[in-house]
Design a binder for this molecule. Structure first.
Ligand SMILES: [Fe+2]
Length: 192
């Protein structure tokens, strides 16, 4: 059985950090980044229902969302070879690699054109940040063609409901995008 206490402690810390630091993004990220690193240092807290890949699409499971929509914690599950489109977030976000490995490709928008930046292999234990202030456009891919990869993401809003964009670098097209979540039930953080 999953060690849900670890996830509850993290969710409490993240909620307290947002309540304490509000719109001070740098302070919020400084408070939550080490806590996310501590959470993902042990791969024992994620209930199995939120680890399941889909044969076709990467999965986005809501683990915790605060009612004021200032915080969401999400499990992303990539099947072999799956990847996101190039996309933005419009709020701060943290990505913590739990299982497998992910390729993170950064992009910037210059004079209406999308310019590719660095691509980095992220291994378990690694935490990276995105935001409109730090750089908000990226693409994440499972680094493996033969294994599932999972990361835990934290956002400064209800990421599944935020109107944001996907970018098609080949054509320059920009499309509106609301990601949603694949699950209807969230984990019971108070389960014994
Ligand atoms: Fe993202």
């Amino acid at each position: 059985m999953a060690n849900i206490e670890r996830l509850r402690v993290f969710a409490a810390h993240a909620a307290q950090s947002v309540a304490l630091h509000g719109r001070n993004e740098a302070a919020v990220l400084a408070a939550i980044t080490p806590a996310l690193a501590t959470l993902i240092a042990h791969d024992d807290f994620l209930p199995e229902a939120y680890t399941k890949p889909d044969p076709k699409y990467y999965q986005q499971y809501l683990l915790y969302g605060d009612p004021a929509q200032n915080l969401s914690i999400v499990s992303f599950v990539w099947g072999p070879g799956q990847k996101t489109p190039v996309h933005n977030h419009r709020v701060w976000g943290l990505v913590g690699i739990l299982r497998g490995g992910e390729l993170s490709a950064d992009f910037t928008e210059r004079e209406g054109r999308l310019v590719p930046g660095a691509t980095e292999l992220l291994s378990p234990g690694r935490v990276v940040a995105v935001s409109p202030r730090l750089g908000d456009i990226h693409q994440i891919a499972n680094a493996y063609d033969d294994a599932v990869s999972i990361s835990i993401h934290v956002y400064g809003g209800n990421i599944g409901r935020i109107r944001r964009e996907v970018f098609l670098p080949e054509t320059g097209e920009v499309k509106p995008f609301v990601s949603g979540y694949v699950n209807t039930d969230v984990p019971n953080l108070w389960a014994a």
